[in-house]
Design a protein around this ligand. Structure first.
Ligand code: GAR
Length: 198
């Protein structure tokens, strides 16, 4: 069996990237081929290197507001690595239609809310401000609209009365680490049936 090749894009600590990498062993239909960051400061880069995965950095800053010029460079290591699937895992740059269309049907994102609630930033603060009793995370296929696209999985947490944005983020992250590998495994086998945890 030839494995699907997965490029993982990060901007930060990369805990979701690590959970994906750890899942891609034995009978898993995919293997990591690249961890790519838009900043050299992403803590996940060292973790990927320690796991023996090829890494690359394409810094967005020199491109200013020219997203297309940034993406023209960002795509190079992905193409060089021969990625079949692209996983956004805490990648904090908005991608243009042009970039997204090149990976249509083979790019996933994890977002820390129960979409369609709370697209964009500060999702935990917003869930608390609304008095939500359930919160969670979503894995979806990436389309041209930010934090939109077919839902491939969701996991819920209960919001406690004493939760803070930080405590809620930590609870959601635990679920992210279960949900994203579960979705990727199915997706790499061509199965887009959504997974709902728990
Ligand atoms: C995760 O909570 C992920 O859902 C979120 O960033 C965090 C990254 O953590 N992503 C977004 O907010 C995307 N808009 P990690 O670097 O430890 O995986």
């Amino acid at each position: 069996m030839s494995h699907k090749r997965v490029a993982i894009l990060i901007s930060g600590g990369g805990s979701n990237m690590v959970s994906l990498v750890r899942s891609m062993t034995s009978d898993h239909p995919a293997r990591p081929c690249l961890v790519l960051s838009n900043t050299a400061e992403a803590g996940g880069l060292a973790k990927a290197e320690a796991a023996g995965i090829r890494t690359a950095v394409v810094d967005h800053k020199p491109y200013g507001k020219d997203r297309a010029a940034f993406e023209a460079e960002l795509i190079q290591p992905i193409l060089e690595a021969g990625a079949d699937i692209v996983c956004l895992a805490g990648f904090m740059r908005v991608l243009t239609d042009g970039f997204v269309s090149q990976f249509q049907g083979r790019m996933l994102n994890i977002h820390p809310s129960l979409l369609p609630k709370y697209t964009g930033l500060n999702t935990h603060e917003r869930a608390l401000a609304e008095g939500d009793i359930h919160h969670g995370c979503t894995v979806h296929e990436v389309t041209a609209v930010l934090d939109d696209g077919p839902v491939l999985g969701q996991a819920q947490v209960n919001v406690a009365t004493d939760d803070t944005p930080e405590s809620l983020a930590a609870k959601v992250l635990v679920e992210e680490h279960k949900l994203y590998p579960a979705v990727l495994r199915r997706y790499a086998m061509g199965d887009k049936t959504p997974i709902f945890l728990p």
